[in-house]
Structures are given as structure tokens and as C-alpha cells.
Design a protein. Sequence first.
Length: 309
Amino acid sequence: MLATVTAATIPVVAGAVIAAWAALKARRKTEGSIRLIDVSVTDAERVLAEPGSDAQLLGDIVQDRPVLDVAVRNDGESKALVRRVHLEVDGLLYVPAVDPPGVFRLPGLDITERLPVRERRLGPSASYAVTFPLREGRFAHVVNHEVAPGDVERFLVPLVAQEARRGQDFYEVRLFLDSGKGRKNRRRAASRPIRVVAHGEPSWERPEEIRERLNHIADRVREEAQAGGEDVGVLFNSALHPVRTGMEDYIAFYESKLSILRAALGECLKHAADETRIRGWITELEQASAGIEGLHRHAVSLRDSGRHP
């Protein structure tokens, strides 16, 4: 005899199914989930000097180039896989050196304002295909780095911009990590933008060096134009400046450079693994900036001494 399911029994059956599904879900482990704990910038030398560092493991690290030190955690209850590392390079910042000034007479030209100097360019005679890494763009690397449930893992991402000029280039990077099993479960963790010194220690001229260059300007101007001719100009950093403002323009360019460096290093400090070196550079820059007023007074003194029109 067939059993009959009445309307009264339906809620009981449905309740039993829901209870069984809830119990099954409770026994199932949550999927692995990668979370970024920390991303800091460290020096290659510091990493290579760590006790027990593996030369083969750290073979991609380059001396004098920065390294991203990345810590992640698996917050899930099953294994998680960091599948791919993406690096977004942006915000390139070039801090030029202050070129030693030259003083030139250009007969027939009245130099009454700053004039850009164009370089003579030759037409190409051939082209050659050369492959090289871009300094700005997006880069991806497959890693397949497994992280056990509840574990914290650390790995390194060397930052090697081949075109970087030592002590003069900064750039901004942002790190993205792709994790998860299968396309439907892919997840992405992202860092905040990080300012990086591209290569070696930042460099700048000290006030004493700028003072000597001001002396050179004054002496050369005195030789070329004792009466202050308008056809004499001060050339530095691809621009020709009027002789009457050349020294002030030179000091202003120098002051601007120090300001840009201080701001850039202040951004680098936010994600530095070792703050000591960067704080030391900032302190030296502040000391150099304190000498700006003395350079202005020196320029006035050169004029008053008759060494400059």
C-alpha cells in the first residue's frame, strides 16, 4: 500500500531537509582566503644579509635595487594558492641634478627672459629591434605560492627598472595578488600605492657646492660683460637665463630640487622596512635647505663687490 503524503507532513519533511543541509554546510571547511598583511620596501643588501638566506632562493634580487617584502595570511580553513603577482608601475618622478652653470655671450640676442635651449637632433640612419623592460606599465608573474590554513607566508618581489638613473629616479608601484581555485572563485588583494627610490641613494648638491658655482657665474659674467650686456646669459639645465637674474634663478632651481626630494622621501618613508636611512637623508636635506638664505645673501654680496653687473 502506497504511503500518502498529506499537506500536514510537507513542512516536517522540508524542515528535515533544511536541517540536514545546514549540518552538511557546518562540516564543510571554508575555502582558503589570501589577505595582505603587510607590504614594505626594503634594500636588497638587507635581505641578502639575513641569517640563513638561500642564495638560490634569492637569485632574482639585484644589489642597489629595492625589494617589495610581502606578507600574506590564509584566513580560510583549507589551502589557498597565490596564483599571480601583478605590479602596476606609475607616477615616475625624475629629480635632475643641477647642471654646473655656463656663461655665454650671444651677439645679436637680447636675453631678457628665460629661454629654453633645444638640442640639435640628427635624423635616424637605421633602426634596431631591442627588447627591454618598460619603466612604466603593468607586469604579471605566475607564482602558484601555496599557503596552508591559518599560516602566514612571506615572499619578495624585486623591483628592477633597468633604465633608472642612480640617485635620481623615483616611481610609484602598486601590488595585486590573485588567488583562489578556478575562475569563479578568483580573488584579488591590492596594496596601497607605494613610492620607491628606484636605484641607489638619492643625491643632491650641498650649499657649499652651489656657493662655488655662484662664484663661477659672477667671475665669468664680469669677464664677458662688465657693463651688463643683454647678450650675455647663464646656461644651466637646458635653459638660458638673463645675466641679471642668473644667480637667483640658479638658487631657485636648487631650492626646488631639495623640496621635491624631501616630499618624495617623505612618501617613501610610509612603507619603508628600515626608516633610519630615509630619515637620515631627510635630515640632511633639511640642513641643506637651511642654507638657502645664506646663498641668497652670497649672491647679493657678489653684486655689491663688483664681481657681477
